[in-house]
Design a protein around this ligand. Structure first.
Ligand SMILES: [Zn+2]
Length: 292
């Protein structure tokens, strides 16, 4: 059990805040005295810069993956709208075909009536004459029914054509909107690719400034597929033990002391590298901005 813990939480907090105040003053002094500082704190500063770039690269990659998916959704919308139009056009075509069929049948039946009427002049028997008259009557009735059907079809066709026209206008406007959005997405994708390439070049340079052991640790954490940053600040905003802002678990007091002494330590819960927020105010602000 550490001495800090045995003295109780309140005393521990008092202790490490004093340690921090001392270290901060010392660090500021060191910074003003020498620009060639190669301590862990300094390397961590480079690492935070690298992380900022890596997180921006990650965001670019996320957009690079997301944009094609958004475009696929738009393609699907276009396809559905085209199908909708085809369906409307098919309704109109079906009505037109039925209409033409009715006209054709009426024509045939009228020819049939003409034949029956010619036969009326040649038949001799009264029953045959009567039978022909019945046939003429039945055919005329059927023609009447077909003419009524044609009138109904005309109304339905007019309605369907109006609906088709309205749908064509609506879908045309929607497709134009989708096309414009896709164009903007293409531009955004190109910009993301360009930005990522630029950031990757910057990150490569930034990595060279990081102490190799620290860089290996950092890369290992990132390779472990931990979401978000691999280097996170301690959160000491409440009056309890500080927490790791990666996993939000309390960090052991001894570890906190070591971090306050600007040693690079990993969170004992999630393995992320920890640093004290006030040591790297600027970098921390940048990381927070990316994560927002
Ligand atoms: Zn953690």
């Amino acid at each position: 059990m550490t001495r800090g813990r045995s003295l109780g939480c309140g005393l521990f907090l008092f202790q490490w805040r004093n340690v921090f105040a001392h270290l901060s003053v010392q660090r500021r002094f060191e910074k003003s005295e020498s620009h060639g500082c190669t301590g862990e704190g300094n390397s961590l500063e480079h690492l935070l810069r690298l992380q900022k770039l890596d997180l921006e690269i990650e965001e670019c990659k996320r957009r690079e993956k997301e944009i094609p998916r958004q475009k696929e959704k738009h393609d699907l919308q276009r396809k559905r709208m085209a199908e909708e139009l085809e369906e409307r056009q098919a309704i109109c075509q079906r009505l037109e075909v039925e209409q033409r069929k009715c006209y054709g049948e009426i024509e045939q039946q009228q020819e049939q009536i003409a034949k029956y009427q010619q036969q009326l002049n040649t038949v001799k028997k009264n029953e045959e004459y009567q039978a022909l008259l019945n046939e003429i009557e039945t055919t005329k009735r059927q023609i009447g029914q077909k003419e009524e059907r044609i009138l109904t079809l005309m109304e339905e066709l007019e309605e369907a054509q109006e609906r088709l026209k309205a749908d064509e206008e609506r879908i045309d406007a929607a497709v134009k909107r989708i096309d414009a959005h896709c164009e903007a997405l293409d531009e955004e994708l190109n910009a993301a690719v360009e930005k990522r390439k630029q950031l990757e070049a910057e990150a490569e340079k930034a990595a060279e400034a990081v102490e190799p052991d620290l860089l290996r640790k950092y890369r290992r954490i990132r390779a472990a597929n931990i979401s978000g940053p691999a280097v996170v600040p301690l959160d000491d905003s409440n009056d309890k033990d500080p927490v790791c802002t990666g996993c939000y678990m309390h960090v052991r007091p001894q570890l906190v002391n070591e971090i306050l002494a600007q040693e690079v330590r990993s969170c004992n819960h999630c393995g992320r590298l920890l640093y004290y927020r006030d040591h790297f105010e600027e970098d921390n602000a940048n990381t927070a901005e990316i994560l927002r």
